[in-house]
Design a protein around this ligand. Structure first.
Ligand code: PHE
Length: 519
């Protein structure tokens, strides 16, 4: 609009301009401006001898149509699956799932987890897909379109904010992984258990190193994002995901072949029914949501690049299956090796950065070259998993800035990279390098983790279910679900039932449980 005015058509508003304006408003609100209307305007403009305006209007409409046509798309089904699975497969699969399985009754937990993924994770994922593909825009605009600009639009903004806040601190952890790859490469990943403990403590509290690694990780992410959806995200995912899978298999095989590995396999898969309680259910549920990257804007943003032919239910199922397989394989990578050397595994950062390097070193002490390779492969795998998730997180904010503030993709990506580097650096420094960056005795790092994972995630997930289940016309939901009637949509009623009643209630329970209000 600014461009038209500055083209010097007119300072004061005439009828032609009003038409021009309303035409553009129509385009903005997504209406198709058909040939007939163009023709009427042409007659009108011709009558007024304002052909110049017509030409401008045509040009503008073309630009809009082109922009619509040009909106990025994933180029293939495998691209859709690998990119979205890349978002889902992350640190959560490696450092939380195996431990939770071991602690919560082994096989029983896996069964409960799979049920949670099927009955609750997949419907929530489909709901985000519906919003994203319907909107064909960044998460904020996609919700806004579906909500008709009403208060439900806020969910989209919250999703973008959540994605943005996580990007920074997730990049810090990705950076640690990068440093460990380097350390493995130069042969620094060997020593006593205390050595590993100290190594991690001195890295995480170092004022410079982790910040530099955060810059490297976000820089790499930028280089991929900047290339666009097909040439950047899709291409990178097609290379990174199979590599990740192969690396994972290498360690699983090596770990399961160790003498004494059966005990670890038993621990992971032997059901212990005495461990089942409400806690196990809620933990499984929380893990399912986090692991599938639900409610962070990622799924919605990626779905906006799906084509009309993408089967949303089929894709969500395939992605969830990949995520579950990687999580279970991660268990098979960790427990057999840990039991073989008699080390009891824990969870979180200390598992991957302290316990496991020690386990791998001890387990393969007989063949030091193998220990070296396994450590390198393990951290390379972890870095890849973190990077593919980081790309999806970065894309949420990049797409938002690119479309909402109408700037080039490159510029948007650059702004997101710089701001998340700042957030990441502050999070990293709060871990020890700078004392005053703790609030209520919690580091900035933990606060970001808490606010995004335990507050925003359930709130956005809950509201999305309520919005899709109760407010969006079912006809529209069905159209997206069945690809406009071209698919049978056998599970539509089940899906709707789950999204309307079961998912919101389940999320509410996790929320209260996480806050300690429900035991
Ligand atoms: N799903 C990722 C994991 O398992 C975490 C993540 C959450 C990534 C949200 C992107 C967005 O680690």
């Amino acid at each position: 609009m600014k461009a038209t005015l500055s083209n010097g058509v007119s300072g004061k508003m005439g009828v032609s301009e009003s038409i021009q304006m309303s035409a553009m408003q129509h385009q903005e609100s997504g209406y198709f401006f058909n040939e007939g209307v163009s023709f009427c305007i042409f007659i009108y403009c011709f009558g007024c001898k304002s052909t110049k305006i017509f030409v401008l209007l045509q040009a503008n409409m073309k630009k809009h149509e082109m922009a619509k046509l040009k909106r990025a798309n994933f180029g293939s089904h495998i691209g859709v699956i690998l990119a979205t699975a890349g978002s889902a497969v992350g640190l959560g699969n490696v450092w939380r799932f195996p431990y939770m399985t071991g602690e919560n009754g082994g096989a029983v937990f896996i069964i409960i987890y799979v049920i949670c993924v099927l009955l609750l994770g997949i419907p929530c994922m489909i709901s985000e897909f519906i919003v994203g593909r319907h909107g064909r825009a960044n998460t904020a605009r996609a919700y806004r379109k579906l909500a008709g600009g009403g208060p439900w639009s806020l969910i989209g903004y919250m999703g973008v904010l959540t994605g943005f806040l996580i990007t920074g601190y997730y990049a810090v952890v990705a950076g640690w992984c990068g440093q460990y790859v380097w350390a493995s490469l130069i042969g620094r990943m060997s020593g006593s258990p205390e050595y590993f403990q100290q190594y991690f403590a001195s890295l995480s509290t170092n004022p410079v190193k982790p910040v530099l690694w955060t810059v490297v990780m976000l820089g790499l992410t930028y280089l991929i994002i900047e290339k666009g959806v097909r040439d950047g995200i899709e291409r990178a995912s097609k290379m990174m995901m199979p590599t990740l899978f192969i690396l994972l298999l290498v360690i699983v095989v090596a770990s399961c072949m160790l003498p004494g590995a059966e005990k670890g396999i038993d621990f992971l898969f032997k059901p212990d029914f005495t461990k089942i309680n409400s806690d196990v259910f809620l933990s499984a549920l929380g893990q399912a949501f986090y692991s599938l990257s639900i409610a962070m804007g990622c799924l919605c943003t990626y779905a906006s690049y799906f084509s009309r032919e993408t089967n949303l239910v089929g894709s969500a199922t395939q992605i969830a299956v990949i995520d579950c397989i990687v999580a279970i394989l991660a268990g098979l990578m960790i427990f057999p090796a840990a039991f073989a050397v008699g080390v009891s595994p824990d969870s979180g950062a200390s598992l991957v950065f302290i316990t496991l390097p020690n386990v791998f070193q001890q387990a393969f002490a007989g063949v030091p070259a193998l220990g070296y390779v396994i450590s390198l492969v393990f951290f390379a795998l972890l870095t890849l998993a973190a990077l593919t998730s980081l790309i999806s997180l970065h894309e949420v904010s990049t797409a938002f800035l690119h479309e909402e503030l109408v700037m080039t993709r490159k510029k948007a990506a650059r702004i997101v990279t710089i701001t998340t580097i700042i957030i990441g650096a502050l999070c990293s420094l709060s871990l020890g390098a700078v004392e005053f960056m703790t609030i209520w005795e919690k580091t900035l790092f933990d606060i970001f983790d808490f606010v995004t994972g335990q507050i925003f995630l359930p709130v956005v997930g809950f509201l999305t279910c309520i919005f899709i289940g109760w407010f969006v016309p079912h006809k529209l939901v069905r159209q997206e679900f069945t690809n406009w009637g071209t698919l049978r949509g056998r599970f539509f009623h089940l899906y709707l039932f789950l999204v309307k009643y079961v998912c919101p209630l389940a999320i509410l329970f996790i929320f209260l449980h996480q806050l300690g209000l429900l035991k």
